[in-house]
Design a protein around this ligand. Sequence first.
Ligand SMILES: Nc1ncnc2c1ncn2[C@@H]1O[C@H](COP(=O)(O)OP(=O)(O)OP(=O)(O)O)[C@@H](O)[C@H]1O
Ligand SMILES: [Mg+2]
Length: 124
Amino acid sequence: MYYIAALRSFLSRKKDFSVDFAFEDLGLEIAKGREKVKVLEGVTGEIKHGRVTAVMGPSGAGKTTFLTTLAGKAYYGAQTGKILINGQESKIRNFRKLLGFVPQEDIMLRTLTVKGMNTLINIV
Ligand SMILES: Nc1ncnc2c1ncn2[C@@H]1O[C@H](COP(=O)(O)OP(=O)(O)OP(=O)(O)O)[C@@H](O)[C@H]1O
Ligand SMILES: [Mg+2]
């Protein structure tokens, strides 16, 4: 009974928090030898809270590159363009405690503990 009362009290105090993303002219440039290659260019749009948003396109269209860039995880290249979070220019990595990123490929390593895997993901 105490727990239910405590939970009710917690939920009633909980403030609504939502995250809206916008991206303007988002791109990714990677170095290939001496040249710079644009693997993502001119992506503008928004992802609103409370909705399911799908990124669709044929294989090689750039879905993973787009999401990796948006998530600030495309360390192999230089991001161009702007990312806005709730209307302010920011980085998604600043919200890492609130957001999850599930990669396309399974990157769980059998030999690591859950804690070890967590540490690795935070490093990568
Ligand atoms: N690091 C890189 N080096 C060279 N080319 C790259 C690199 N990253 C992305 N690309 C290019 O971007 C294109 C898009 O790749 P991406 O993996 O984002 O496609 P995808 O839409 O996720 O495809 P799939 O449906 O097969 O997962 C690739 O065809 C490739 O030419
Ligand atoms: Mg992909």
